[in-house]
Design a protein around this ligand. Structure first.
Ligand code: PLP
Length: 472
């Protein structure tokens, strides 16, 4: 494809995307596709020739669209908001068009320096201290793994340079809670801590937040047993219920025991744009590393996960690799983000953040976040005021966890009832919700925050949920 052909096709594609976004509310939220249905619409053999762009666009409509569950739909309340603001989509397109690869600073000075500035803008926008330096990873899962590897090397005094974990006299221990995202225990396993050395610290059963006294007790017990506490992961806005671990108290316990403190605010970070929400991560400046995802609620198209660290020199000590073909005269004067994490080549992710901030403006993002916080309170109050509905966890952010509990039913019957009415809602295509387990029972999470979800959408959802539950 030459630039002129690209220009023509690109105009068509932009029109297609704009039309798609306009007609989104008329589409079913959850894909009606059965397993294998999309695959069957594609030829088994790779193409031998070429097709005109028009043909590909109609394949997008016929092959891909029926297999799409629409996160951008105003009635999307599943998982968590993963908004793709069109301003950031333009930034992503610019990044792809430039075809940049940030292997070293010299390989693309703009890639590194725009990223440094974006990370610093975002730091200021959420009120973090100047002690933090940031980078952009693909996901919070990567950030969690990097944090745990950095913590491992600090606790083991760079065991990787000798016999690794296998040569350590005492096992290193990771502390988190059962409410932490699954990427945290996964990162602990990948970083070599081992399942026996992951402690799920008790949570307060009414808030689902980590109990710092229980953390202190668990650390004491491990030390007495000859193990070495290495790292604690606190979550601000857990995945299931958006519970808020008390970062300040956790960091105090962690620091007094020489632990690395990692804060996972993947979802809640967006709320920290609002000064009135920052109590939720009070003490965050006492942590060693922090992750939050503009690619969730804030609306930067996936993938864009901010990772902040206090001591980048330590990260470089853990992750640096310096083959001869990347050395340059500027080494030592510039940031080499390659040495801050795992990949060698890095995308120009900062462009989509920059485009979104400049084109949409921070104030409009904040306004939207406030709208969603208020929407969640509205739904919580509506459910609390309705017989047989129960709100199961505090609602500090945009997620409401609830259950319809018809009188006289056993907990197994309520479980079956919950899964059945949620499926009825999802199958209708009019809204999408994800059920989850909480305290051993099924419940429904209503995760509000799609770009275009207004109060009228929430009112329609509440009506739909009630009629689906009452019809079962
Ligand atoms: C609290 C929390 N941490 C981490 C993640 C994982 O995010 P990512 O997909 O960026 O790895 C999620 C996603 O749901 C989350 O809610």
């Amino acid at each position: 494809m030459n630039p002129e052909e690209f220009r023509a096709a690109g105009h068509q594609l932009i029109d297609w995307i704009a039309d798609f976004r306009t007609r989104l509310p008329t589409l079913p939220v959850r894909s009606p596709a059965a397993p294998g249905e999309v695959r069957r619409r594609l030829p088994v053999e790779p193409p031998t020739g070429t097709v005109p762009f028009d043909q590909l666009l109609s394949d997008l409509d016929e092959v891909v669209m029926p297999g799409m569950t629409h996160f951008q739909h105003p009635a999307f309340y599943g998982f968590f908001p993963a908004n793709a603001s069109l301003s950031s989509v333009l930034g992503d397109l610019a990044s792809g068009g430039l075809g940049a690869l940030g292997i070293t600073w010299q390989a693309n000075p703009a890639l590194t320096e725009v990223e440094e500035v974006m990370c610093d803008w975002m730091r200021q926008l959420v009120g973090l201290s100047t002690d933090w330096r940031g980078t952009i990873f693909d996901t919070a899962s990567t950030g969690g793994l990097v944090a745990l590897m950095a913590a491992r090397e600090r606790a083991s005094r760079f065991s990787m340079r000798e016999g690794g974990l296998q040569a350590l006299p005492s096992p290193l221990v990771v502390y988190t809670t059962e409410e932490a995202h699954s990427s945290i225990p996964k990162a602990a396993l990948l970083a070599g801590f081992g399942d026996d050395n992951i402690r799920l610290v008790e949570v307060d059963r009414s808030t689902f937040a980590m109990d710092p006294a229980a953390l202190g007790a668990a650390i004491k017990e491990d030390i007495a047993a000859g193990r070495k506490p290495a790292v604690v992961v606190a979550t601000v806005g857990t995945t299931a219920t958006t519970a808020i671990d008390p970062v300040k108290a956790i960091a105090a316990v962690g620091r007094s025991n020489d632990l690395w403190v990692h804060v996972d605010a993947a979802m809640a970070g967006t709320a920290m744009l609002l000064p009135e929400c920052r109590w939720m991560w009070e003490g965050v400046d006492d942590a060693d590393s922090l992750v939050w995802n503009p690619h969730k609620w804030m609306g930067t198209v996936f993938d864009c996960s901010l990772f902040y660290v206090k001591d980048p020199a330590h990260l470089v000590g853990v992750f640096s690799s310096n083959p001869s073909y990347v050395r340059a005269a500027v080494d030592g004067q510039v940031t080499q983000y390659r040495d801050w994490g795992i990949p060698f080549g890095r995308r120009f992710r900062a462009l989509k953040l920059w485009f979104q901030l400049e084109l949409d403006g921070v104030e409009s993002i904040k306004e939207r976040v406030r709208r969603d916080l208020a929407g969640a309170q509205w739904l919580k109050e509506a459910a609390e005021a309705t017989p047989e509905w129960r709100v199961l966890a505090p609602v500090p952010l945009q997620t409401v966890c609830l259950r319809h509990e018809p009188t006289g039913r056993s907990s197994d019957e309520v479980d079956a009832h919950t899964l059945s009415w949620v499926e009825a809602v999802n199958k209708s295509g009019q809204a999408y919700l994800t059920p989850a387990r909480l305290d051993g029972q099924w419940m429904v999470r209503v995760s509000i925050g799609s770009l275009t979800t207004e109060r009228s959408d929430l009112e329609a959802l509440w009506g739909l949920m009630r009629s689906a539950a009452e019809a079962q």
